[in-house]
Design a protein around this ligand. Structure first.
Ligand code: A3P
Length: 303
């Protein structure tokens, strides 16, 4: 029975069938600019959080941009791309004035990114990774919600059982999976091209290293914090503004839909490290740990 999603394999990764056409269009037509910042991730690894942080960091001195209070990070000027037909087309992005700083987001694996992002522009890529156990749990909740929201439209779609979803996850069969191939490709590229790709971990952002991580992020994208800003507590203010409890309580994020089936509030669930413990059986832990050991061998990467 699997994950109950309609998937197709393309360039060794799995994609939902509907957005694939858009993805191919973007691959062929998107033109990156040197000033672009591309946020790359697997779904449910903290993308919305990183979007909020990046948006706040790069716009902190821009009087034309309200902070996230009045604007959902899901709907701000981040031209999210990767296949959602509701989001800006390559032509619309192309037409943005040259002075616009474009923050773009993609779930595409590294190999499938448009060439103009990878090689013919000096745009920056920030990748966020999250441990596979919490990523899995978050994806399972997400898909269960998504299918629940579709009831009435597609009554035959039952939310997947956690066992079936886990099987698909381990086989890499979920949107933009396999998990390890996606993460490892970006990890290797970040080591080979440290000025082009910054690799961040969700767990580091949740730890007491967060200030250090934000300083690294701000510097990487060309908006370093000054000593004065740091001394005035600006970094801590940004962390507070972008915390899940703050974002979750804002009216702009509480109500409404991103598209027909996706509720904005579903992007903000628990936001914790280690929630997997509430869902994994010992057999599941053993299986994912074995997979992790096998896949990450020789990479220097750990979760
Ligand atoms: P959980 O389902 O584990 O709570 P994405 O944005 O890539 O779709 O990831 C969603 C995950 O990030 C969800 O994880 C969500 O709750 C969490 N998240 C959203 N905003 C966050 C924030 N400000 N801080 C930490 N985690 C956040």
């Amino acid at each position: 029975m699997g994950s109950n999603l309609e998937l197709v394999k393309y360039q060794n990764f799995w994609f939902l069938t509907t957005p694939l056409k858009n993805i191919l269009h973007y691959q062929a037509h998107f033109k990156a600019r040197d000033s672009d910042i591309i946020l790359a991730s697997l779904p449910k690894t903290g993308t919305t959080w990183l979007k909020s942080l990046l948006f706040t960091i790069v716009n902190r001195t821009n009087p034309d941009h309200q902070p996230l209070i009045n604007k959902s990070p899901l709907l701000n000027n981040l031209g999210v791309y990767g296949g959602n037909p509701l989001l800006p087309s390559p032509q619309q992005l192309h037409d943005e004035p040259p002075s616009t700083l474009r923050l773009l987001h993609s779930h595409l694996p590294y190999a499938s990114l448009p060439e103009s992002i990878k090689s013919s522009s000096s745009c920056k890529i920030v990748y966020i990774a999250r441990n596979p156990l919490d990523t899995f749990v978050s994806q399972w909740h997400w898909h269960a919600n998504l299918l629940k929201n579709r009831v009435g439209d597609h009554d035959e779609l039952e939310p997947p059982s956690i066992e079936d979803f886990f099987e698909s996850f381990c086989q890499g069969k979920f949107p933009y999976g396999p998990y390890f191939n996606h993460v490892i490709e970006f990890w290797k590229q970040s080591l080979e091209q440290p000025n082009k790709i910054l690799f961040l971990k969700y767990e580091d952002l949740k730890s007491d290293q967060v200030v250090l991580q934000l300083k690294k992020l701000a510097e990487f994208v060309g908006f370093p914090f000054s000593s004065q800003e740091e001394n005035e507590g600006l970094i801590k203010d940004i962390i507070k503004l972008c915390s899940i409890n703050n974002l979750k309580d804002l009216e702009v994020n509480k109500n409404g839909f991103m598209n027909k089936f996706v509720k904005k509030k579903d992007f903000f669930r628990k936001g914790e490290v280690g929630d997997w413990i509430n869902y994994f059986t010992p057999t599941m832990v053993e299986r994912i740990n074995n997979l992790m050991e096998e896949q990450l061998k020789g990479t220097d990467l750990s979760f």
